[in-house]
Design a binder for this molecule. Structure first.
Ligand code: MN
Length: 257
């Protein structure tokens, strides 16, 4: 039976990374692309509740078909699965994203959030990002995407798990293989560039640099830096279990009465 694949991401439906993903997997099944109409990078898992969500059908001569959605990546996956597609897909692919989604970027990432939404809806989901913003080697990331899509369609993923894939921006021959990794502990150190517009109003432009926090072995950040394709299984159980005793030890008493 023909597999159904849903492609999304946060760079907008006309982004070259989405086109590369489409080309990479178009013969693996029935492919539909449902992605934001424009740039939605770093919107995280935002959803649209107080506005209508427009979905404009798109169909190109090369077979690329789907919907340009006036919403977030999470909106796209929800809308696709619950309203646009005749049946739920067998696989959600988010990407190929321009720029890495390693370390704490996972929290801000619209790319990862599209895949998270797929997992919430019970569908095996993979986020794929390319580790550079300059001179992207879409062909290499597309080969990775294809291999992983084929594998996940065959063997699935563990429950409640999305696979976060980060591909180094290197020629195929320089890629050293796959490495299973941990999400690196890191944070952004923000710089706010203070500027003035022609009317004299002050505005800020945010820019950040990723800072590594401690080393916890084989992280996604290090793997990409060392030339490996990083595979991180992610789940969103946000309870910090190790911190439970500390909070329990507060023994807070409610004095409402
Ligand atoms: Mn993006």
């Amino acid at each position: 039976m023909k597999k159904r694949i849903l492609i999304s991401n946060d760079d907008g439906i006309y982004a070259p990374g989405i086109q590369a993903m489409y080309e990479a997997v178009k013969d693996l099944g029935e492919v539909t692309v449902v992605a934001p109409a424009g740039e939605q990078s770093a919107v995280g898992h935002a959803i649209t509740l107080s506005d209508p969500i427009k979905a404009k059908p798109i169909s190109r001569p090369d077979g690329f078909r789907g919907y340009a959605v006036g919403g977030t990546p999470a909106d796209c996956v929800k809308l696709a699965v619950c309203a646009l597609l005749p049946k739920p897909p067998d696989l959600v692919l988010s990407g190929i994203n321009l720029g890495p989604n390693t370390g704490i970027s996972v929290i801000y990432s619209g790319t990862v959030s599209a895949a998270t939404e797929g997992v919430i809806l019970g569908i095996p989901s993979v986020a794929i990002s390319l580790g550079s913003y300059q001179k992207p080697r879409w062909d290499v990331a597309a080969r990775v995407a294809r291999q992983i899509a084929q594998h996940v369609l065959r063997v699935g993923l563990p429950p409640d798990t999305l696979l976060n894939v980060n591909v180094p921006n290197l020629p195929a021959k320089q890629i050293r293989g796959y490495r299973t990794t941990l999400m690196g502990r890191s944070r952004f150190v923000e710089k706010f560039d203070r500027r003035t517009d022609p009317q004299g109003n002050v505005y800020y432009w945010m820019d950040g640099e990723l800072e590594l926090l401690g080393d916890e072995g084989e992280t996604d950040i290090i793997a990409v830096r060392e030339g490996f394709v990083s595979l991180t299984p992610i789940w969103f159980d946000l309870t910090h279990r190790a911190a439970l005793p500390a909070v329990q030890a507060w023994k807070l008493k409610w004095r409402g009465r």
